[in-house]
Design a protein around this ligand. Structure first.
Ligand SMILES: Cc1cc2nc3c(=O)[nH]c(=O)nc-3n(C[C@H](O)[C@H](O)[C@H](O)COP(=O)(O)OP(=O)(O)OC[C@H]3O[C@@H](n4cnc5c(N)ncnc54)[C@H](O)[C@@H]3O)c2cc1C
Length: 494
């Protein structure tokens, strides 16, 4: 039997307020589960570096606090009681949150208002420079996880603005809360029974939506009277659809060649959005006593240390691998797929052929995570080959035997603007283009690469442009879209 394996989006973060509200609205609130079960331990492995010796932790909390001890006591840090180490960490979160609000203001969930020149002055640097400038290095371990390990760029490379966008004060507070009270607090990362697809499937069913998959759009013509989309279906036949508007809900760079009348304004913005590549690779390996938990993570592989210590320019560094059985089949005694299907996975998840030894549980199936820097492309065959070769080499370096790569996906991921283009205001220019040329610009290219950001952006546009449809009160009427998206807060602050 081939086994289904998730190689894409699986986690809901504690602050996914919009996604979680949607789960509640569609009766799926109870579908959140903890990856790896209530214990959910991880193998967090430190390399020998100039900052510290080799080390191992099994919870994010312990690892985070060790980094505080390291800052206080240097490379040969001793183990201070956790209560003591927690104090500077809490102080740093408080200071960070104050700075965040001073620089970006208070805003609801999505994107801050267009920053002022004075705010840009405080953010015109990389995120790691921002942390160092403000004496917030203590937060680096958490931000390695929340920003870089999630694929949004290396801290010493990503503009401070994006770091602040991801790491909101609410997210840092949720991270601390989940470390202090792992059983009671909202989990920092949750998985969903049936995957995110359970939510999309429920929406389609309840609203009776006409969704057609397997249609490749190759041409979009927009005129004063309407829009025509044409292309090819999966069976090779052609289609031609007419409508009043078009919603571009895919990477803008890939759809741009299909826009018959691409405007200079659109072209200028689309070409400046550049992705990184996030690669997920499913492989088998012999069980190893060193890797017994749901995920193995090497923070030093992505952490800015001394100049040159992070393997910059080596795009394919393997920084984590997830043991699928432990992450998703943990209720099973033998960690085997439950009879009658696995309710933890989206039923549409692709099935992958595995060895008989893996089916018998004698080999582990894991998903490796690798990140290439901004400007890379998923279509770069040489990069894909390098990703695969280096994954195998790095696993061998970890003393792991019996490695067999089953499937690799490389994804253009986290389209971002450069510091200069951010300061020129391009993300806010996309907002002002909404609805013009009979076009709405949606998805991660317009907002940010999480399901929460994407759904949040879509809902906000829907409420602005179609406020009557679901009976939503017209409380936004009279506000421009920019002020609505950037400044609206349920608490009434702008
Ligand atoms: C490996 C991986 C792990 C991730 N993990 C998480 C996670 O745990 N949690 C989380 O919140 N987010 C996660 N994400 C991010 C999340 O999946 C994306 O942010 C989100 O799916 C983006 O939504 P979107 O609608 O912009 O684009 P997509 O989901 O990429 O959808 C765009 C669709 O458009 C289609 N398309 C493109 N061009 C055309 C064309 N010409 N004609 C027809 N169709 C076209 C594509 O085939 C695709 O189906 C992950 C992403 C990846 C790659």
């Amino acid at each position: 039997m081939d086994v289904p394996h998730e190689l894409g989006a699986v986690y809901a973060v504690a602050t996914f307020f919009v996604s979680k509200a949607l789960l509640a609205e569609y009766g799926l609130s109870a579908s959140q589960v903890l990856p790896g079960g209530p214990e959910g331990l991880a193998d967090i492995l430190l390399d020998e570096t100039s900052a510290h010796g080799e080390g191992r932790f099994s919870t994010l909390g312990d690892y985070t606090l060790s980094a505080v001890e390291e800052e206080w006591c240097g490379k040969d840090f001793c183990c201070l009681p956790n209560q003591l180490s927690a104090l500077p960490l809490l102080k740093a979160v408080k200071r960070y949150s104050e700075l965040h609000r001073q620089i970006l203001g208070r805003y609801a969930g999505l994107m801050p208002p267009r920053p002022t020149a004075a705010s840009w002055e405080r953010m015109s640097m990389s995120f790691s420079e921002f942390l160092a400038t403000n004496g917030l290095e203590t937060l680096t371990p958490q931000l390695d996880l929340l920003v870089t390990a999630n694929g949004y760029g290396y801290l010493d490379d990503v503009p401070a603005f994006y770091g602040l966008l991801v790491a909101t004060p609410e997210l840092l507070s949720a991270s601390i809360a989940s470390q202090q009270d792992p059983q009671g607090a909202e989990p920092l990362f949750a998985m969903l029974l049936g995957g995110f697809d359970a939510l999309w499937a429920r929406m389609v069913e309840q609203a009776g939506l006409d969704v057609r998959t397997g249609h490749a759009v190759t041409r979009i013509e927009r005129s004063e009277d309407g829009v025509t989309c044409s292309g090819t279906r999966a069976d090779g036949s052609t289609f031609n659809l007419e409508g009043s508007h078009v919603y571009l809900a895919c990477p803008f760079a890939t759809i741009a060649p299909s826009l018959a009348d691409l405007s200079p304004e659109e072209a200028a913005i689309f070409q400046k959005l550049k992705p990184s590549v996030l690669a997920t690779t499913l492989f088998e390996m012999d069980p190893s006593p060193a890797y017994q938990n749901r995920i193995a993570w090497w923070p030093d592989r992505i952490r800015p240390l001394e100049p040159g210590e992070r393997p910059k320019g080596q795009p394919s560094v393997l920084y984590a691998h997830r043991w699928n059985a432990k992450a998703v089949y943990w209720p099973q005694d033998d960690l085997g797929p439950p009879a009658g299907g696995n309710r933890f996975l989206d039923p549409g998840t692709e099935r992958v052929a595995t060895s008989d030894a893996a089916k018998r549980g004698e080999k582990q199936l894991r998903v490796g995570y690798q990140l290439a820097e901004r400007g890379a492309s998923q279509d770069d065959a040489a990069l894909r080959a390098q990703l695969k070769a280096e994954l195998v080499e790095q696993l061998a370096g970890q003393g792991i035997g019996g490695v067999q790569v089953l499937k690799q996906e490389a994804w253009d991921y986290s389209y971002r603007f450069s510091q200069k283009d951010l300061e020129a205001g391009l993300p806010w220019d996309i907002l002002t283009m909404q609805g013009a040329r009979r076009t709405f610009y949606l998805g991660a290219s317009a907002s940010f690469e999480t399901l929460n950001d994407v759904t949040n952006y879509n809902l906000t546009l829907e409420r602005h442009f179609f406020p009557d449809r679901d009976g939503t009160p017209l409380r936004h009427r009279g506000k421009s879209l920019c002020s609505l998206v950037c400044g609206y807060s349920d608490a009434g602050d702008v």
